[in-house]
Design a protein around this ligand. Sequence first.
Ligand code: DC
Length: 216
Amino acid sequence: MKRVVAIDGPSGAGKSTISRMLADRLGFQFLDTGALYRALGMYLDRKGISHLDSDEVLSSGIGDVKIELSGEKIFLEGQDVSGLIRTPAAGHLASVFSARRPVREYLFSLQRNAAIKDDIVAEGRDMTTVVFPDAWAKFFLDASVEERARRRYQQLLEKGMNITMDQALSDIRDRDQRDSNRDIAPLKKAEDSILIDSTDISISEVVEEMLKKLPA
Ligand code: DC
């Protein structure tokens, strides 16, 4: 296992942007685990499988699905789905399917394998608690729910999507509720992770703060 900077936190806390910047600064690879959940959720949905189906149906649906990460791109069965997985609908599918054991078990080894060959910055919901509990550095990145909804709203507006601030807020609240209250690998702060609140500080200030807190 190489060096892993593990970062968890709720939706909209800025994890992806911050992790990408941190990985650039350190010369590490960036592992966006939400993208894996999004791609797998989309795959199962395309096959007509519901998150309410039995474990057996989910496991056989997952079968030998091919999900590959190549730099910033993600391929599902050979198709580049990097853009397609970024919609609110794909985020919702990821959130509901990610509560299911066959989905988490399948993605566990894929995530662990990413740290065999490269130093990585890995971000998600259970990096510090389940996937990389012995990571070289562990952070929990948080921000107020209003600030996270505001960021999500801006992001989707910039992509030309039709959304109101109220919808963004209710989407973030639903996501918090599901991600933190599921039985398997719920989002929670690991005791030994460093809490950083990004509500009132800029992305680059967060990155500087993290760099200062890395082991020598
Ligand atoms: O970070 P994101 O918005 O791309 O993640 C989408 C969903 O995937 C999120 O609501 C919960 C799930 N997820 C997870 O359960 N565990 C992870 N390590 C990453 C994402």
